[in-house]
Ligand binder design. Structure first.
Ligand code: MN
Length: 213
């Protein structure tokens, strides 16, 4: 049985950027529903239920019977993507919330020119996403960072490691920001937990490349 993880902060901790009402409905209703539908689809399939969920989704065409395949891919992806998203958010440590003093902060400067240049590129990608999906910061095995979009609840590409993600489904921002996706994206930078992102970089075992712009 997949259960939604507890948030490592309070629902009110990301205010005023991500509001309490949105955080609650997002985790307790949306994320919970992905978990519930995933569990329901896996019922009666103990062989699938015990497999690693990421690996199962990546091999969906081979390993999942066609009648439950879209349900597991969509809801399993939703379950995993949200679990990741909660991990890289946190209460802002300081007003500008820049990743100073972290390896990821240095890597962003090395590869994008400056933190502000990274933000500009990330925001552009996020605004360019049509419909529902996610914008990711990924690192490849050579240490090169990239910003990429995935549609719906698709996972990022297998050969890269995810460091950061932003949920761009309307349910993530509509209560507070309505159609103002750009304002929601700008708010996101205030609630990134850069220490958590840095920990994901360290866990990957990959050394960021120095690519002078
Ligand atoms: Mn969401």
């Amino acid at each position: 049985m997949y259960e939604i993880p507890n948030l490592p902060y309070k629902y009110t901790d990301l205010e005023p950027y991500f509001d309490e009402a949105t955080m609650k409905v997002h985790q307790l209703k949306h994320h919970q529903t992905y978990a519930d539908k995933l569990n329901a689809a896996l019922e009666g399939h103990p062989d699938l239920a015990e497999k690693d969920l990421i690996a199962l989704i990546r091999r969906a065409d081979k390993d999942i019977p066609v009648e439950i395949r879209p349900t597991i891919v969509n809801n399993g992806g939703g379950y995993l993507n949200h679990s990741f998203f909660w991990e890289i958010l946190g209460k802002p440590a300081k007003p500008d919330n820049k990743p100073d003093g972290t390896t990821i902060g240095v890597a962003l400067e090395d590869q994008f020119g400056s933190y502000d240049d990274f933000k500009k590129k990330f925001s552009e990608r996020a605004l360019a996403l049509f419909g529902s999906g996610w914008t990711w910061l990924l690192i490849d095995v050579d240490g090169k960072l990239s910003i990429e979009n995935t549609a719906n609840q698709n996972l990022p590409e297998e050969k890269k490691v995810a460091l950061l993600v932003l949920d761009l489904w309307e349910h993530a921002y509509y209560l507070k920001y309505q159609n103002r996706r750009a304002e929601y994206i700008e708010a996101f930078y205030h609630v990134i937990d850069w220490k958590a992102v840095d920990a994901k970089l360290k866990q990957s075992g990959i050394t960021p490349a120095e690519i002078k712009a």
